[in-house]
Write a protein of this length. Structure first.
Ligand code: AHM
Ligand code: MG
Length: 334
């Protein structure tokens, strides 16, 4: 069979299912092109002079790496002129980025984490880009942060690129999850897996164990039962993996099953979790649900959460459905 490029895949989705229109198709193509550029910059490593700190901090007080800043600029520059967006927002910018007046505006909002897992950049471990697409609310011509504060269930598309041994683009348009592999010689993303499904059975979990003493009781109970192994209530051994790049950890969960947790932390009640709702939790939850998994805060389906702020943080528990449901049950009873 002839390889199916991302371009062809999107065009066929548009024609056959009417799931997307030409603007959304352009948007996803433009984001994928930006991900290719980011992949090239990352691939150059120290030879490209882009490793290390940029000497600045983002709105969340985190030190920005040069590649954080560069990836953000690549995504902004790629997306502002196409006429498909009403505004963009990013982990690396305090406020939404308006479309310059010299360009036409479109009906979509794009929000992204340009380089997720940035603590891994300088040590040559997989990092990624996460993005979410929303519709600009009716009648809003100059979208501010408020326009982005929509529950994840309203996303029209979401995806991530993982820059690992291969560069992959994982995409949902609300009709399953599809994986594209970057053909580096040709410079195009080729469909490598259609309708990805998360395996239901799992014996693998992902959590930063060094935070154990700060977890709340339901998470203590759940992880305690997993690490108890064959003599515990689960009566089998579980394995742990933690890359510390959400894209890589979630990609592993999607591919071979498992559960990923970044739970609420008792250290600081103003920070209910580390990960950001709009550009980390929501797009990943949309993808995981579309692959047959589940995503919860422990108390609520993540996609139902009404955001209150652009850079809001949230507890994330996602992956194989039975495991996520079990943790959610523990939140009711413990
Ligand atoms: P970042 O967006 O600043 O890179 O932070 C998010 C990352 C996630 O990719 C990952 O799951 C988590 O932070 C790792 O946190 P920790 O350093 O606690 O292991
Ligand atoms: Mg990030």
């Amino acid at each position: 069979m002839q390889p199916v490029s991302l371009t062809r895949f999107l065009l066929e989705e548009q024609r056959a299912k009417g799931l997307i229109n030409a603007d959304l198709r352009l948007l996803i193509e433009v984001v994928s092109r930006a991900c290719k550029s980011i992949s090239i910059a990352i691939g150059k490593g120290s030879l490209g002079g882009a490793l290390g700190s940029a000497g600045s901090e983002n709105v969340q007080g985190e030190v920005q790496k040069k590649l954080d800043v560069l990836s953000n600029e690549i995504l902004l520059e790629a997306n502002e002129w196409g006429g498909h967006l009403a505004a963009l927002a990013s982990e690396e910018m305090d406020d939404p980025h308006p479309i310059p007046h010299r360009y036409p505006k479109g009906e979509y909002l794009l929000v992204f984490d340009p380089l997720d897992g940035s603590s891994n950049i300088d040590v040559n471990i997989s990092v990624g880009t996460i993005f979410s697409v929303l519709r600009c609310p009716d009648g809003v011509s100059e979208p501010d942060a408020q326009a982005f504060l929509q529950p994840g269930a309203k996303q029209v598309a979401a995806g991530y690129a993982v820059y690992g041994p291969n560069t992959l683009l994982v995409l949902t348009l609300g009709d399953g999850v599809h994986v594209f592999t970057l053909d580096r010689e040709m410079g195009s993303f080729i469909l490598s897996q259609q309708n990805l499904r998360i395996p239901e059975e799992t014996s693998e979990f992902a959590i930063n164990m060094s935070n154990q003493r700060h977890w709340e009781a339901p998470v203590q109970r759940y992880i305690g039962e997993l690490v108890a192994g064959t003599t515990g209530p689960r009566a089998r051994d579980f394995n742990m993996r933690w890359v510390a790049s959400m894209v890589a950890d979630v990609h592993r969960v999607l591919t071979r099953g498992g559960i990923f947790l970044y739970p609420r932390d008792t250290r600081d009640s103003s920070k209910p979790g580390k990960l950001r709702l709009l550009y980390e939790a929501n797009p990943m939850s949309f993808i995981v649900e579309q692959a047959g998994g589940a995503a919860s805060t422990g108390h609520q389906r993540i996609l139902d959460v009404q955001p209150a702020a652009l850079h809001e943080r949230i507890a994330v528990i996602l992956g194989s459905k039975n495991e996520v449901e079990r943790v959610s049950e523990y939140h009711k009873t413990v």
